[in-house]
Design a protein. Structure first.
Length: 172
């Protein structure tokens, strides 16, 4: 009888430890959202105030970390670089501002502790929208994972007077 109690106690103690170990392992190996979208996207950029003035454009996308990318955009209309956070959303990869640019756009800071959670919910678009945004907050584009395309509206200086729409396909 004493052995049965010892075995039961050991099993009951081991199960929570196994779950904790699995969860910790999951944190040590975060999902890399950048792996399928980094590279060069070739397409066009069109100013909102003159749609007939579309020009060729290239955006080079590189990894900053598992859920942040650096974009370097080159065209006759605009030559700029910026960073965006990535969020999974079905067959799309949605993007949102980082750091001060997030604060400038939405009037509050991105909750940095939000990205330290023990699961990958922080990489889910719906979760990001629920936790970080108010209804009506504008977003400017994302990736179509099935067609390897990227669409993004750039608003230089955060002013909505003139924006530029980029549409591109990942170069092979």
């Amino acid at each position: 009888m004493k052995n049965q109690k010892l075995i039961l106690f050991t099993v009951l103690l081991t199960i929570p430890l196994l779950f904790a170990a699995c969860k910790k392992e999951n944190n040590d190996n975060p999902v890399d959202l950048t792996s399928e979208i980094t590279g060069t996207y070739e397409g066009s950029i069109t100013p909102s105030d003159n749609p007939s003035e579309s020009k060729d454009a290239i955006i080079e996308i590189s990894k900053v970390d598992e859920s942040t990318i650096h974009l370097n955009m080159m065209s006759e209309h605009l030559d700029t670089a910026f960073r965006l956070n990535l969020y999974e959303h079905a067959d799309s990869m949605m993007v949102c501002f980082t750091g001060d640019r997030f604060n400038d756009e939405y009037g509050h800071h991105l909750d940095e502790d939000h990205h330290m959670m023990g699961d990958n919910d922080h990489m889910d678009w719906d979760h990001h929208m629920d936790e970080q945004h108010e209804p009506g907050d504008a977003h400017f584009g994302g990736f179509d994972r099935n067609h390897h395309t990227f669409s993004y509206r750039l608003v230089p200086g955060g002013q909505a007077a003139v924006s530029y729409q980029f549409e591109g396909v990942k170069a092979q």
